[in-house]
Design a protein around this ligand. Sequence first.
Ligand code: SAM
Length: 309
Amino acid sequence: MTCDQTDQSEVRQALIDATKAALGEAVNTRLEGGLYVVATPIGNLGDITIRALATLARADAIYCEDTRHSRKLLSRYRIDTPLRVYEEHSAGRERPRVLAALGRGDVVALISDAGTPLISDPGYKLVRDAVAEGHHVVALPGACAAIAGLSVSGLATDSFYFAGFLPSKTVGRRSRLEELGRIEATLVFYESPNRIAAMLEDAVDVLGVRQAVVGRELTKLYEEIVRGPLDELAEWANQTPPRGEVVVLIDGPGTTDVSDEEIVVALQRTLANNSLKDAAREIAASLKVSRRRIYELGLAIRDGRDGGK
Ligand code: SAM
């Protein structure tokens, strides 16, 4: 064995000892009764904090969305705290029971299938009511797909807007994108893999060709991060529909100094040989403005209005 290998194994052993000691300390710290909102991994089961494990092991009950799903995480760490269900459909019925347990001084943990509870997951009304009744409410922070995606996106992080899931139908989705398009911040979305191509297509039309990032299967074996202009990402998603879980991040509006006059000139040139739809697509890609803006100016030209001015 070389000297280097000995050093490495000593370092590893020291880490194991220190982690055990930290966990031992956390497990033996007194837990006050209250609602503990505990983040769990978004894929990689190693992404859980020492304090989260200690709290889950010490709680009187753990409320989760799906007991079969959460049991996998808990059995990995040999935690056998009773599991109860708190999910969207039964939340109304279950909430008074959780509040009663808090009233008795119990330690109640809330987890979701993945990541941080309440972030596009159940728990908001429970926390609201627990706060209103004066119970102790404690955050145990950890994994969150939105933050994980943002942290590696390469997009601005000084200001971001978490928009959750967009409406699934195109009319609602476009109108929501229209509202969000004005926000001066990186936009963060959750999306189902079945809808990602349609969502990116609508985003190009409504927001223009902004820079964007798709984070797929973050922290898991097939993690993939795809970056590029929205139109290229929409094409990528159309050609190779991504599987698994995805988070989508889109750059803020930035400043566009393309005037209506420039767009009208481009339209007059392009419309000679193209439909308005194709012209809008082509000009959007070259001038980096939204297809919608081009389309509206194109309609104005067609109606004989003066380039929309
Ligand atoms: N509470 C979770 C959190 O803190 O991220 C989010 C729950 S929400 C119901 C589930 C959505 O989060 C998925 O549809 C996907 O958009 C996103 N998501 C969850 N895990 C992910 C992962 N490993 N990679 C990419 N996106 C993920």
